[in-house]
Design a protein. Structure first.
Length: 114
């Protein structure tokens, strides 16, 4: 499984960004896809995920501001981030789960600053 993430950048507080993650390769039986983020000195944390047959889940800090969606025809997951705050600044990583294994895309930096 290969994951190609895009969409990071610099945005002012209160602004919006949309991240995209396209999966390719042996994508059969991927049962979940999502986004994690990491800041220096901290562990990588779940931001949002979509799990087949279950639905979506979000970190409490992003509920009501971020929305995860998928385009199954394009094997792509999106993360719409609204009302961004400086504390959302992090490297965001796309994740896919298949047969109990985790696959990661290269991180994309999101910077929220005025």
């Amino acid at each position: 499984v290969q994951l190609q993430a895009s969409g990071g950048g610099l945005v002012q507080p209160g602004g919006s960004l949309r991240l995209s993650c396209a999966a390719s390769g042996s994508i059969f039986a991927i049962n979940a896809m999502g986004w994690y983020r990491q800041t220096p000195g901290k562990q990588r944390e779940l931001v949002a995920a979509i799990t087949s047959g279950v639905g979506t889940n979000y970190a409490g800090s992003v509920k009501g501001r971020f929305s995860i969606s998928s385009d199954n025809a394009e094997n792509t997951v999106y993360l719409q981030m609204n009302s961004l705050k400086p504390e959302d600044t992090a490297v965001y990583y796309c994740n896919a789960k298949q047969y109990g294994m985790d696959y990661w895309g290269r991180g994309t930096l999101v910077t929220v600053s005025s």
